[in-house]
Write a protein that binds this ligand. Sequence first.
Ligand SMILES: NC(=O)c1ccc[n+]([C@@H]2O[C@H](COP(=O)([O-])OP(=O)(O)OC[C@H]3O[C@@H](n4cnc5c(N)ncnc54)[C@H](O)[C@@H]3O)[C@@H](O)[C@H]2O)c1
Length: 257
Amino acid sequence: MRGLADRSFIVAGGATGIGAGTALRLAEEGACVVVGDINLAGAQATVEKIAKLGGAAIAVRFDLADEESVQALVDATITEFGAVHGLFNVGADLSPGNLGRDRTLLDTDLDVWSRTLDVNVVGFVRTSRAVLPHLLANGGGSIVNTSSGAAVSATDGQRPAYAASKSAVNALTRHTATNWGPQGVRCNAVMPGLVMGETQVEQNNVALQKMFLERVPTTRLGRPSDLAAAVAFLLSDDAEWINGQVWAIDGGANMRA
Ligand SMILES: NC(=O)c1ccc[n+]([C@@H]2O[C@H](COP(=O)([O-])OP(=O)(O)OC[C@H]3O[C@@H](n4cnc5c(N)ncnc54)[C@H](O)[C@@H]3O)[C@@H](O)[C@H]2O)c1
């Protein structure tokens, strides 16, 4: 893909799953990768995999909920690689203590709403605010945000805070694309279907897997590499006329005009 080799990209949430898969794919394309995550050991494991491929990457611990650590992530990128050309926002609080308590409007505690919106939405605001000045100084760049099919479907009638956070990510994507498109910044989002990264394998929600498989025309569950290919493309110059889009990468589970 054009415009990835020798450029530097931040994967904000690259310890496992879709983020780790995308970090690897970017490195395979010759990019320098900063793997940020609250799980430093996981980020380091991703960097080790990249190093085995002969790629350039560093791991940085940061917290989407902590603005100072977000700035430190971006500063570390500049120190290590001299520039930042793009950002993949992929981290989300999917922990049992948060997502696991996100049930219905009537039985979800308000702290779950606050935490979910703070990490999943305001977290992407924090990273985007820290990266945007660098992209503008470079004359442009690309941001890809991670949404979810939950933003546009009822799924199993649960997780309203998570679904609302991902709808907000779609709105944030359009806002960023609209305001900084004229200065060369593109911002798009991917909406994954059910993707079997480490977290989904561990949680092994058989009912969710069955429900998804019943409605997906391309009859299999997703792999991190499915998302990695789409995200690498959106970060690359091959996607230079794609802006403000929200793409369902889900085997056709959500078909929208
Ligand atoms: N896997 C799916 O089926 C699926 C479906 C739809 C959307 N998504 C979205 O895709 C993204 C990646 O999900 P995944 O399935 O790869 O899960 P994952 O758990 O493997 O990845 C999430 C990453 O975010 C990190 N993280 C969590 N809280 C953080 C914080 N406060 N600061 C920094 N990093 C933090 C985790 O440590 C982890 O590495 C998420 O945004 C998720 O909502 C996933």
